[in-house]
Ligand binder design. Structure first.
Ligand code: PLP
Length: 398
């Protein structure tokens, strides 16, 4: 029997894997499965970025770069923070990594140790608690509900903060709910944190630009928060660059240096070609992003309208990202026409997949078993057909 690292043993296998595996199998069998489980834009990477990547290869940007990322990229990221968020960072406060996922993992590994608790509002992005476990620390989910539009309120934070609290992870706009914190709510959370200067905030703002009718407030821009905040962002979502693998953190130089030490001894800098493409992404016409976001907005409105017509479903109107997280708890404890018992949101997702051919992600994966995630990063035709199937499937439950 092989003995593995107990931190790794404590990581839960991905609950979505079983669903995606089954969806693939059914597709192979020839069934017309519509997938609404993807966590990535369905658009192609914009042309200026692709061209910059091709030019990078031709021009010989094919060698190791500085471990923290090319200076030109880190400077471009500093300009982005200045222009978009009114935040002044210097290149020694920026660490570029192979995706925002790596940035989060590095910051957690650099700061958290056994005995530390990390507060994570739920529903949360699936990887946060597992990264905390990998660091040997303890994730502490804080439940939020559809009635609160899935946002943490200050009194819940106040109650949850204890002596062992080391970090709070925020994600706005959120995966999986799409909820966006308004400025005054972030200020109220910041006020609670003022009393605990030793608690860090990891603010994952990767959906910053996938935003509808709302203001994006960078957590580090709130009074007194910059020194303790690790700002994480990336290129995957706003620039449809999921496969290129580029993300970054901005933080106090000592946090960046410690995280860079881990990166230097594990993966080194992100891909040199991708870094050149990343500079082009930050410098290209903003229209590429705004066009994509307006398509997402139309789809959000369509899916919300369809959900509103289904009995018993409650779903807040999200202001960002490309997900909806309806509360489907009224359907739990029901029975399908085929005699299948629907006890959990996972049962419901398997039922909708196997009998109605729509792939969704059960809420349990995100720490909220009463909901499920619908990604609307799919074509209008697919969304129309999928919503018809979901409505039919739910109407047949008794
Ligand atoms: C909230 C959140 N953070 C981080 C990531 C990771 O993004 P990247 O592709 O940059 O690693 C994702 C991707 O799904 C995400 O949804």
């Amino acid at each position: 029997m092989i003995r593995f690292n107990p931190n790794v043993e404590s990581v839960r296998p991905s609950a979505t894997l079983a669903m995606t595996g089954r969806a693939k199998q059914l597709r192979r069998e020839g069934l017309p499965i519509i997938g609404l489980s993807a966590g990535e834009p369905d658009f192609d990477t914009p042309a200026p970025i692709v061209e910059a990547g091709q030019a990078a290869i031709r021009e010989g940007y094919t060698r190791y770069t500085e471990n923290m990322g090319m200076l030109a990229l880190r400077e471009a990221i500093c300009r982005k923070f200045e222009e978009d968020n009114g935040l002044a960072y210097t290149p020694d406060q920026i660490l570029c990594s192979s995706g925002a996922k790596q940035s989060v993992a590095l910051a957690v590994a650099a700061l958290c140790r056994p005995g530390d608790e990390v507060l994570i509002p739920a529903p949360y992005w699936v990887s946060y608690p597992e990264m905390v476990r990998l660091a040997g620390a303890t994730p502490k989910p804080l439940a939020t509900t559809a009635d609160d539009e899935y946002r943490l309120n200050p009194s819940a934070l106040e109650e949850a903060i204890g002596d062992a609290t080391r970090m709070l992870i925020l994600c706005s706009p959120s995966n999986p709910t799409g909820s966006v914190y308004p400025r005054e709510e972030l200020e109220a959370l910041a006020e609670v944190l003022q009393r605990r200067p030793d608690v860090f905030v990891l603010s994952d703002e990767i959906y910053e630009h996938v935003l509808f009718d709302a203001e994006h407030v960078a957590f580090a821009s709130l009074p007194g928060m910059k020194e303790r905040t690790i700002m994480v962002n990336g290129f995957s979502k706003a620039y449809a660059m999921t496969g290129w693998r580029l993300g970054y953190m901005a933080a106090d130089p000592s946090i960046v240096k410690t995280s860079a030490k881990i990166q230097g001894q594990t993966t080194s800098a992100p891909c040199s070609i991708t870094q050149r493409a990343g500079i082009a992404a930050l410098e290209m016409d903003k229209r590429y992003v705004t066009d994509m976001v307006s398509r997402f907005r139309e789809r959000r409105d369509f899916v919300l309208e369809q959900l509103a017509a289904i009995d018993g479903i409650r779903c807040p109107r999200p202001e960002g990202a490309f997900y909806l997280f309806p509360d489907v708890s009224v359907y739990l404890g029901s029975m399908s026409a085929s005699g299948r018992a629907i006890e959990t949101s996972e049962d419901l997702c398997f039922y909708l997949l196997e009998e109605h051919h729509v792939a969704l992600v059960p809420g349990g994966a995100f720490g909220d078993p009463g909901g499920l995630r619908i990604s609307y990063a799919a074509s209008t035709e697919d969304l129309q057909e999928a919503m018809r199937r979901i409505a039919k499937g739910l109407s047949e439950l008794r």
